[in-house]
Design a protein around this ligand. Structure first.
Ligand SMILES: Cc1cc2nc3c(=O)[nH]c(=O)nc-3n(C[C@H](O)[C@H](O)[C@H](O)COP(=O)(O)OP(=O)(O)OC[C@H]3O[C@@H](n4cnc5c(N)ncnc54)[C@H](O)[C@@H]3O)c2cc1C
Length: 493
């Protein structure tokens, strides 16, 4: 029996941020993580001297102490910082017709687009201007100050009244989908598809389903801050948060799968692990997905039925096929780190296998691979229900990974002769290692069709963080969800 002020279920970025901020404010925090390593989607793993990322690798503003990235603001508060490599362009989008360099710098990006479509580049600039007004308006309010309850309103008025006034004329754009702004500014079909691709990479949805502030921040940050990769890989971010947590007395216990959230008379009082250990606290924060929390961690009678059913009906973005490779690096001196390959322009970009993301982080940090080698992580969306562990699993796994090999061959034509280590992951692998419902990327809540839920639940003392909650999917967003939750709890009394 162990007592704490706060128990956090899961050490994804959302859980670590909430836990570390609460520990920083003097709360006794225990984070219970099911896996052997922290980080969730952002965890790293090593095989045969290769240090792989399991998920994210695109970042902006990780090391700028004055920057807008919520994760960076949290690290600064915790007294932590990251060593990074700054690079530009962010990556290359490879279409069947040609490749586009995606520069952070606005003018350079527009010039690159103009090589495909001069008129489209003009329209893209108009679209971007609309979004940048939203970015300029929102950026005056630091993410670290935000909170996820009504008390944000007096706080904003008192501390940022002028900034809030400036936002009023932008409310229409802030609450609209990117697709609505595209419809008003862009008719060029090539640029419309490019914007769909940018949105899809961010939210898992095309422009019509993606909320405007998300893309406004992406475009604004790319230009105004730096595009960076953390030395040591994405796990360096996780390690910095864990250091911040423990330095302020917070605890992280790995290999502890929470089986049940303990609730009595509508009030949370702790959790029980799979091994039967009980941990008590008046506050429990779940970093598991909304589907996992409401299906497995609570009894159905703990929640009002209509609330539970509505929450569980939230649509989910598909899962992923993953390919992790170690390859010989000779004669690849000009290799760059990020690529997105669209195999067929006539097919929808969201069709599994058609859009493949590739990250080669050893071009930025050579220590991630043995001397003379590179490591590659490629992934593409794949539905969870398409694969099961039967006698065809091994063969199907190979077939489903084929678009990923072919995508990397666009960058490294003799790829297959170079491979020294090969790991194929399916949605089943993703769900297992990330402990996520159907291995989903996150909720598919389209703009104008609903909002991500906040940190609060109908159970007193039970809160949610992570990509099932506002503001949504992605490392900066889930860091923001941790801030929104922690600040509500800190200023509760
Ligand atoms: C392939 C891929 C690429 C991505 N690329 C990018 C990118 O380039 N840039 C970017 O910003 N974002 C990217 N993202 C998105 C980003 O990584 C995620 O949105 C974010 O990391 C999710 O964090 P989270 O806190 O919501 O939860 P998660 O990462 O899902 O963590 C939840 C944690 O809770 C633990 N847990 C669950 N249930 C229990 C339980 N019952 N008991 C104990 N522990 C439990 C899990 O083991 C896990 O560690 C990518 C995601 C993926 C999958």
């Amino acid at each position: 029996m162990q007592n704490f002020d706060v128990i956090v279920i899961g050490s994804g970025i959302g859980g670590l941020v909430a836990g570390a901020l609460l520990a920083h404010s003097g709360q006794q925090v225990m984070i219970l993580e099911s896996h052997t390593v922290p980080g969730g989607a952002a965890q790293g793993f090593s095989r045969q001297g290769f240090q792989f990322d399991s998920g994210p690798s695109f970042y902006c503003g990780l090391s700028d102490c004055q920057g807008l990235n919520p994760l960076q603001q949290v690290l600064t508060r915790l007294g932590e910082s990251l060593a990074t490599v700054v690079y530009d362009p962010l990556g290359h989008y490879h279409f069947p017709e040609a490749s586009l360099a995606v520069y952070g710098n606005r003018e350079r990006y527009q010039q690159a687009i103009a090589q495909f479509t001069p008129q489209g580049a003009v329209e893209f600039a108009q679209f971007e201007q609309r979004l940048l007004k939203v970015y300029q308006g929102l950026k005056e309010i630091p993410a670290i100050e935000l909170r996820g309850d009504w008390k944000i309103i007096p706080k904003l008025i008192t501390n940022y009244g002028f900034s809030v006034l400036k936002l009023l004329p932008l409310l229409g754009d802030i609450s609209s989908s990117v697709g609505q702004i595209v419809d008003q500014t862009v008719s060029d079909p090539w640029v419309r598809r490019l914007i769909d691709l940018e949105c899809f990479l961010l939210s898992g949805l095309k422009a019509e389903g993606t909320v405007t502030p998300e893309v406004a921040f992406m475009l604004g940050e790319r230009n105004d801050s730096t595009i960076e990769y953390p030395i040591g890989g994405t796990q360096a971010i996780v390690q910095a948060l864990v250091r911040g947590l423990t330095r302020f007395g917070g605890k992280l216990q790995l290999k502890t799968h929470v089986e049940k959230i303990l609730v009595k008379s509508g009030k949370v009082y702790g959790v029980q692990s799979r091994k039967g250990e009980e941990f008590y606290a008046p506050i429990v924060i779940s970093n598991a997905t909304i589907w996992d929390t409401y299906t497995h961690l609570l009894n159905s009678s703990d929640l009002p039925q209509s609330y539970r059913q509505t929450a569980l009906k939230t649509p989910a973005v598909d899962s992923f096929m993953h390919l992790h490779l170690g390859i010989k690096a000779e004669r690849l001196e000009n290799l760059t780190g990020h690529h997105v390959v669209v195999h067929d322009s006539n097919l929808d970009i969201t069709i599994p296998g058609n859009t493949c993301m590739i990250s080669i982080p050893s071009v930025w940090d050579q220590n991630l691979a043995p001397v003379g080698y590179h490591l590659i992580h490629a992934y593409t969306l794949e539905p969870f229900l398409g694969l099961k562990k039967d006698e065809f699993y091994a063969q199907k796994k190979r077939e489903k990974a084929e678009p990923l090999y072919q995508a990397i061959e666009k960058i490294i034509p003799d790829l297959r002769q170079r491979i020294t280590l090969e790991l194929i992951g399916t949605p089943l692998t993703h769900a297992r290692y990330l402990r996520r419902y159907q291995g989903t990327y996150g909720p598919a809540i389209a703009a104008n069709q609903g909002r991500f839920p906040g940190a609060f639940t109908p159970i007193q003392g039970l809160y949610l963080v992570g990509d099932s909650t506002q503001p949504g999917i992605g490392v900066p967003a889930v860091a923001a969800s941790g801030i929104l939750c922690a600040n509500c709890l800190l200023n509760r009394k």
